[in-house]
Design a protein around this ligand. Structure first.
Ligand SMILES: [Fe+2]
Length: 641
């Protein structure tokens, strides 16, 4: 029998947290929390990009009804080592079923009293009682059962991934904005919930170092994390111990990450494999050694070690921003976000043998403070990131938060303030909180800027950018590429045009002299969710009329917006500038192919079909890089000989 008493006890509330009752059904203990929430603050910080933020979970009323039922099968998932499995949820509401009823997936199944308590004020309790934790995803009750509203019965198939804890399904009426919890299902769990999962590769501090990062439920007290690795001929030649990181709710900067969106992230382990032989195929297997000496094995895989800087070989790099995540089972459908993110993921998986490196330049998964989404994103990209280095830049949805040192004082990170991105991925930054770094990959040299920190002249980052661009030997590494999340160069985005800047204000003024001085071939940006290509441009002027094949002397940097990998599309201004020469209002990603030291191909592909919709070539020899550019920007000389 379900029971829940709350109004009568409401006046007894005296402190920061009050657990009113527990309810039992089929042996499941489901603790519901009463919590004081500053509703106005939460409302203010709800981000329209994140589907879970549509659910006003903090306003949930609990009206458990014994005539309502919900059941989930099977109860044990992940047999044979699988980290993803389908659950069928059947539910029945004989009286009052409506098309606004929905099913929320909760994990852990038993809500924890430690969640979202401390930083919330104890006044302004507007909507008691309050369910403390957001679901990890949800779906409408009529999604698979079109006559649900009349029959009062339905079912859903949810794809669950191993997220280190069990699951339960909540049955809600009252739509997303005024949720009323009617019933809670039995729990389901993975056979080995702590199992190491979702390995992701990254290039390390030097070209011949690759790190492997993964997530598990094993603390250092329970087990020692390690990677067994070696060449194809000798797969288990080496064993390297991993470093382990985690973070707590107190490391979050605000809601929802610190409140309803908080979820235990588990442990994040990283091993750096060093002194790799260039282009050599390596095998790896992640593992944990338990105290009794036995091993828990995670995924194994192969990767190809990076080429030597300057090496002349075929090198292919995919670059995009703003992909986000989607759910294969159709849940969380929102604003055309899901099919595009999954389409991009599928296109990359299909073509993976023709991809050497992936650069995801900010706005990674749009978790926006709903921590569970990071597991789901790392699972989504696992087949890519476990085989090819997956490098990220920091975007507003990873970093921005008021009262911190982010350059923009908005709430786009949902309180994560960079902690998730800096921990879940291991990038070769000198300081994880300052997300800028240089990257060598064969004939490429990439300079990653952090558009969420100040880049203007005189700043630490400006010095880094100049040093990164200046430190390249262009004879060895002719292809110099600048990347950042926000458009620090040129974009015809509607809002940039309304500001009259056609890019982030103050950005070009601070950086274009560097791009020109150091002859940066390409500058790629995300943040604006579409595709756009400029001519070689300096101070808004096209310095070349060429469209398809740029050859000879460097003239100016070509700017590319490649932020259409998944998030809802951004509109262009109707103003047609001279410098904008190709636009595509669709989802897509870009690919750079260096055939040798003098031939580079750029391609833009749509995520829907993987076909090329724009491309151009650059043919340039070393003497062309050494000479004057079209603006007579020449190396200094002396009359002495
Ligand atoms: Fe962004």
């Amino acid at each position: 029998m379900l029971h829940f008493l709350w109004m009568s006890d409401f006046n007894c509330f005296t402190g920061q947290l009050f657990i009113d009752c527990a309810m039992e059904r089929k042996g499941i203990c489901f603790l519901l929390l009463l919590l004081v929430v500053h509703i106005k603050a939460l409302k203010h910080n709800i981000d329209i990009h994140q589907p879970l933020s549509k659910i006003a979970i903090h306003r949930t009323a609990i009206l458990l009804d014994s005539s309502v039922s919900i059941d989930a099968t099977p109860v044990l998932l992940g047999l044979e080592g699988k980290h993803a499995d389908y659950v069928t949820v059947t539910f029945k509401r004989p009286i009052g079923a409506a098309i606004t009823d929905w099913i929320g997936v909760f994990s852990p199944a038993s809500f924890n009293a430690s969640v979202c308590v401390e930083d919330l004020p104890v006044t302004n309790r507007d909507f008691p009682p309050l369910l403390c934790t957001a679901p990890i995803k949800y779906q409408y009750a009529n999604y698979s059962s079109q006559n649900y509203a009349s029959s009062g019965e339905g079912f859903l198939k949810f794809r669950l991934i191993n997220q280190r804890a069990d699951f339960a399904f909540g049955y809600f009426s009252g739509d997303l904005y005024n949720p009323v919890l009617l019933a809670v299902s039995n729990t389901v769990t993975f056979a080995d919930p702590k199992r190491p999962a979702y390995p992701r590769l990254a290039i390390g501090n030097v070209w011949n170092e690759v790190s492997i990062t993964w997530t598990s439920g094993y603390s250092l007290r329970e087990a020692t994390p390690l990677v067994i690795w070696g060449t194809e001929e000798k797969k288990d030649a080496y064993a390297s111990g991993a470093g382990t990181l985690s973070f707590t709710q107190k490391d979050m900067c605000g809601p929802p990450a610190r409140t309803v969106g908080w979820r235990d992230p588990g442990y994040i382990h990283t091993v750096s494999l060093k002194e790799l032989w260039p282009n050599t195929r390596y095998h790896y297997k992640v593992a944990h050694r338990l105290q009794n000496g036995s091993f828990i094995w995670g995924r194994d895989g192969f990767f190809k070690a990076p080429p030597f800087p300057g090496e002349d070989s075929l090198q292919r790099v995919v670059i995009f921003g703003d992909m986000g995540k989607g759910e294969q089972d159709g849940s969380n459908e929102y604003n055309n976000f899901q099919p595009a993110a999954l389409n991009t993921t599928y296109r990359l998986k299909e073509d993976l043998e023709n991809i050497d490196l992936v650069l995801h330049i900010g706005d990674i998964c749009y978790a926006n403070g709903y921590i569970s989404q990071w597991d789901q994103f790392t699972e989504q990209i696992e087949d890519i990131a476990s085989q090819v280095p997956y490098m990220i830049a920091s975007g507003n949805h990873e970093r921005d938060w008021p009262t911190t040192d982010s350059f923009y004082k908005n709430t786009d990170s949902g309180g994560e303030c960079g902690v998730l991105a800096e921990t879940m991925f291991n990038m070769p930054t000198k300081n994880k909180a300052k997300f800028w770094y240089g990257l060598d990959y064969g004939m490429f040299h990439f300079c990653f800027a952090d558009s969420e920190h100040d880049w203007r002249e005189g700043t630490e980052q400006h010095k880094f950018i100049e040093n990164c661009l200046a430190s390249v030997d262009r004879q060895r590494q002719p292809w110099l590429i600048f990347v950042a999340h926000r458009v620090l160069g040129y974009s015809s985005d509607k809002y940039y045009a309304m500001e009259g800047t056609f890019g982030e204000p103050l950005s070009r003024e601070s950086l274009q002299k560097l791009w020109q001085k150091y002859k940066v071939d390409l500058a790629l940006f995300g943040h604006v969710h579409n595709y756009e290509r400029t001519c070689p441009v300096y101070e808004n002027i096209c310095v070349s009329q060429e469209r398809e094949h740029y050859s000879g002397t460097f003239n100016a940097t070509i700017h590319l917006v490649v932020g259409g990998a998944g998030a809802s599309l951004s509109e262009y201004t109707p103003i047609q500038t001279d410098w904008s020469i190709f636009k595509d209002y669709d989802h897509g990603f870009s690919k750079l192919t260096a055939f040798n030291h003098s031939t580079l191909l750029f391609e833009y592909k749509r995520s829907s079909d993987g076909k090329v919709y724009d491309n151009f070539w650059i043919s340039r020899e070393y003497k062309d890089v050494l000479g004057c550019d079209v603006l007579k920007n020449c190396p200094s000389t002396t009359l002495a000989s």
